[in-house]
Design a protein around this ligand. Sequence first.
Ligand code: ADP
Ligand code: MG
Length: 357
Amino acid sequence: MFYIQKLKLINFRCYKDKKINFKPGVNIIVGKNAVGKTSLVEAIYCLSLTKSYKASRDSLLIQHDQPYYVLEGEFINKERSHSVLLSYELDKLRKRLLVDNNVIKKMSDYIGTFKVVMFSPDDSELIKGYSPQRRRFLDVYLGQINNKYLKDLSNYNKVLKNRNELLKKPNQNEQDLEVLKIYSEALVKYGINLITERKKFIEMLNPEVAKISLAISNETEKTELKYMPNVEKDDFLLKTFRQLKKDLYLQTTGLGPHKDDFIFEINGKDAASFASQGQQRTSSIALKLGLANLFDKLGMDNIVILDDVFSELDKERQNQIMQLFKEGKQIFITTTTIDSIHETLLENSNIIKIERE
Ligand SMILES: Nc1ncnc2c1ncn2[C@@H]1O[C@H](COP(=O)(O)OP(=O)(O)O)[C@@H](O)[C@H]1O
Ligand SMILES: [Mg+2]
């Protein structure tokens, strides 16, 4: 069994100093608008991924006018307790992560230890929105199951940054061009790993997403992802060298997995161009549910968070969705009113009321 048992928040968003206990199984977080439901589940996400899915910078997570935030979580994994402490100090721009009281220097060494699958209302934007969101989806979830992917990604981004800086330098000399060649080779090396892993990941995820989408649409809609690599791995090296003149002219790297994308297909058709809001919602729920099921299939325990997603569904649909999750899993559901939650689910849940501090 895997779950988070305790959470402590200091100067995190609207929380000055708060301790909360959770139970294994379903935890329903109830409270009026803007009391801090999302902030609470965001804290759990941060403890797992070491950064937020909402805030672009850690400074935004600190309570207004405070110098730092601290999050502390106690995770129970196979009957063993583990502590995770994440903090950020504004003046030193210092982020710290301690796991079982050991300092973790590289966040990528830790990510994936305690896995989280987050459902948020913004998920449906994945289908019609811009590609950076979809790349972030790949990085967050593939990164949790494949540590080498995270390392390749971090190396790729470093090389990409250096290469772009050199492309911007005015009047490159012979030596600069030599260095550019080395950067190009490194870019292709790491990039090929990213393309290979993304392809594999989407291939593994698809049967799960297809199964779930069919189950929640009375067998009428089958959602699948289709990977759209910006460049095929076998062409990457050659094309990068061919493209060098253009890159020099445009002063940026035009080719590579930093421009990858994927599309959603419903029954084989591109969902971005026709899916209704309802279909977008079902497809994005199928995506995340499929993901949680894929993690489980790989033997990777995970916590599921449904922020403001669940209470929007009718009770029959809620029931159906709950049955598609692996039994015993810890699930967080946020809602403004318990009236919107299915009665049997309420009976078997830990209900946590949040009031304005
Ligand atoms: N950095 C911050 N410092 C202080 N308050 C914040 C910060 N970020 C967000 N808030 C406030 O926290 C409150 C709770 O937000 P949220 O967790 O999204 O509420 P809920 O999900 O319950 O509607 C909001 O009033 C929001 O303005
Ligand atoms: Mg909210």
